[in-house]
Design a protein around this ligand. Structure first.
Ligand code: GUN
Ligand code: ZN
Length: 376
């Protein structure tokens, strides 16, 4: 259940109660695609980096180890030892971005596994059954995520099919939640808005999916080839049509600046591989900008990644040591970088929430929007 505590402009400060704990919003989800945060970070580390919600992927876990196996082991929470909220993405994005040889029909999508090429079929019912086996807190609807810009006619038909798929997802999950042996009988279904870059398709789709009265709504199909300005425009266009009493999730976004712009346009929750992926390439996020630890200028630098940072990495280790570990391709280098970046993202959201609580989000936005994404 979403509770709106405070609003400043379109920016929302709220809470979202789930059977696995309450999420303070705006929030950032930490991406653990195959049940682990990349960079050798376990559930034991997540509290230390202030993680609230973990995100896992239906597609990856279905291929390996298999959702049936995760089910037998008691579900994702017990399997990964993260007892807080987990959101699973439906496969609707990964099937279109990772898998090869896709064939889309009304029923669903046939594709080849990116691991061994074997043929797999996934439709709304399959996605719901897999997510039910995984036992996540929130199951995402099975959708088609188009690359931008898509042809208008293609986008129109695709969105209509995504709506029909959403009805099938709801019927299937309702039925699965009522089974006596289900792991999480309170599993929620969140809908996903699509419509490529077309205002009318976006609005029409949002109106239709809002009618299903789902406990949350995502905006998908963004950050897939269009400019950031188009993404911000779509958020503004959709804003009046999004239910006020439900959380709003901007999928796969983004940089700290994208997050500030998203919050300013009413987004409550985000996810992105950026803190983990960029960490593995040596990029550390800080409030002053992004630092590249591969740079030779850090070889003798005894400061922490970010001065004043209370993360597990910055409390003990120097830029010089991390620079060395990254150069030597020691696994520890990546791990220390990932811990810092996740802590940065999660505490960045805490700062946004504190600013909203204090009624000075606009000031916070203006002081950080330019600095937070620059290269230093
Ligand atoms: N992740 C990022 N964008 C999307 C999207 O449009 N759909 C789904 N299912 N996941 C996403
Ligand atoms: Zn740090």
């Amino acid at each position: 259940m979403y509770t709106l505590l405070k609003q400043e402009g379109l920016a929302r400060r709220g809470t979202f109660q789930t059977p696995h704990g309450t999420v303070q919003m705006p929030a950032f989800m930490n991406v653990a695609t195959a049940g682990a945060i990349k960079g050798a970070v376990s559930a034991l580390d997540l509290k230390a980096v202030h993680c609230q919600v973990q995100l896992c992927n239906t597609y990856h876990l279905h291929l390996r180890p298999g959702d049936e196996q995760v089910y037998q082991l008691g579900g994702l929470q017990r399997f990964t030892r993260w007892d807080g909220p987990i959101l699973t993405d439906s496969g609707g994005f990964q099937v279109f971005s990772l898998a090869k040889l896709r064939n889309i029909t009304e029923e669903g999508v046939t594709f080849a596994s990116h691991i061994d090429g074997h043929k797999i079929f996934m439709g709304p019912e399959e996605s719901m059954r897999i997510q039910s086996h995984l036992g996540s807190t929130i199951a995402m609807a099975f959708d088609e995520c188009m690359q931008n810009p898509a042809e208008y006619d293609y986008a129109k038909h695709s969105v209509e099919r995504t709506t029909r798929w959403l009805h099938r997802c709801k019927a299937e999950l309702t039925q699965l939640n009522a089974q006596p042996d289900t792991i999480n009988p309170q599993q929620m279904l969140w809908g996903i808005n699509q419509g490529s870059v077309y205002d009318d398709l976006r609005v029409e789709h949002m109106k239709q999916i809002a009618e299903l009265d789902l406990p949350g709504y995502a905006i998908g199909g963004l950050a897939v080839g269009e400019s950031a300005d188009i993404m911000y425009h779509i958020l503004e266009v959709l804003n009046p049509y999004m239910p006020k009493d439900k959380p709003r999730y901007l999928m796969g976004v983004g940089t700290p600046a994208n997050i500030l712009e998203g919050v300013r346009r009413g987004v409550d929750i985000f996810d992105c591989v950026m803190p983990t992926r960029n960490a593995r390439h040596g990029h550390a996020f800080t409030m002053e900008g992004v630092r590249n630890l591969m740079n030779a200028k850090y070889a003798l630098d005894q400061n922490p990644l970010e001065e004043g940072c209370q993360c597990p990495t910055c409390q003990h280790f120097t830029r010089a040591y991390i620079h060395h570990l990254l150069k030597a391709r020691e696994m520890l280098g990546m791990r220390l970088m990932v811990l810092h970046n996740l802590y940065f993202y999660n505490t960045f959201m805490e700062k946004i929430r504190a600013a909203l609580d204090a009624g000075n989000f606009d000031e916070f936005y203006r002081s950080h929007i330019d600095s937070v994404s620059r290269r230093i």
